[in-house]
Design a protein around this ligand. Structure first.
Ligand code: BT5
Length: 253
């Protein structure tokens, strides 16, 4: 992609026509010693995956389905920070194309309150050492029609803005933004730039939300995102709770 000006993220891009999941493929490559920064992209995924075994609709030719292989020297407990970096990079990139997307913590990008992008970060670690992290990014770039079960909550950039967007340009921007934000984690063990974007572009902060975590529901007001990337909510009795991203789903109310 001519839009790329990174040092190591996306310098090698492996492009597939159809595979099960770019995350699965990236994990196989990472396992076999593929270096940091390599990107797997597929025109179609036959088994696109969301969090907790959910599926991700990934039709042919109209979306951006990609995964980045990372090998950061950080504590495995901090792996979810990569999701915040990804969300910030994607949101920034879509914004740079003149489109007003927002971030729905922890792993969604929304446009006109509907989901245009989801992020799935997966890790392999032994003891306290990360073997690799794979961050999967799914963007409904030019999708024109969604399956019945998600058509009310999902949308594409094309459906919202009315014209076809350049997937190459958007991928280039995302990788550029991602490298800059990821370097902060690698060099300074901080994601403050990403978190500033996540806060500024948050669709949740200041609003009432319903959190669904392990079959429990909590209703409260989203107050802040901590420097560790956790969401703080204040429940109706004034109690503050810190939520880590892992197994949480958030609904706006
Ligand atoms: C996510 O999970 O949002 C993470 C999605 C990650 C997809 C990328 S594509 C490249 C890489 N390879 C993979 O196999 N995955 C990654 P979660 O927060 O669990 O949301 C999943 C839910 O979003 C589903 O249960 C549906 O309700 C909804 N959904 C499914 N497909 C969608 C789509 N194309 N657009 C918007 N929403 C969708």
């Amino acid at each position: 992609t001519p839009y790329l000006n990174t040092e190591y993220i996306g310098r090698k891009i492996l492009h597939f026509d159809s595979i099960d999941s770019t995350n699965i493929k990236a994990k196989e490559f990472a396992q076999r010693g593929e270096e940091e920064g390599t990107v797997i992209i597929s025109e179609e995924q036959t088994k696109g995956r969301g969090r907790l075994g959910r599926s991700w609709a990934s039709p042919k030719g109209e979306g951006i389905w990609m995964s980045i292989i990372l090998k950061p020297n950080i504590n495995p407990m901090d792996a979810s920070k990569v999701t915040q970096i990804g969300a910030a990079a994607v949101c920034n990139s879509i914004n740079e194309m003149g489109i007003d997307a927002l971030i729905k913590w922890p792993n969604d990008i929304v446009l006109n309150r509907k989901k245009v992008c989801g992020i799935l970060t997966e890790m392999s670690a032994e003891l306290n050492i990360i073997n690799y992290i794979v961050i999967g990014i799914g963007i409904n770039a030019n999708i024109r029609k969604f399956p019945e079960d998600i058509k009310d909550m999902a949308t594409s950039l094309k459906l919202e803005i009315g014209n076809t967007i350049s997937r190459k340009k958007l991928v280039g921007k995302i990788l550029n933004n991602f490298e800059e934000l990821y370097n902060e984690l690698v060099n300074n063990n901080s994601i403050s730039k990403s978190l500033n974007i996540c806060r500024k572009k948050s669709i949740l902060l200041g609003n009432k939300v319903k959190i669904i975590s392990r079959n429990q529901e909590i209703i409260g007001k989203a107050i802040d995102i901590t420097n560790e990337g956790e969401l703080i909510i204040e429940t109706e009795n004034g109690k503050r709770e810190k939520l880590i991203s892992g197994e949480v789903s958030v609904r706006g109310l």
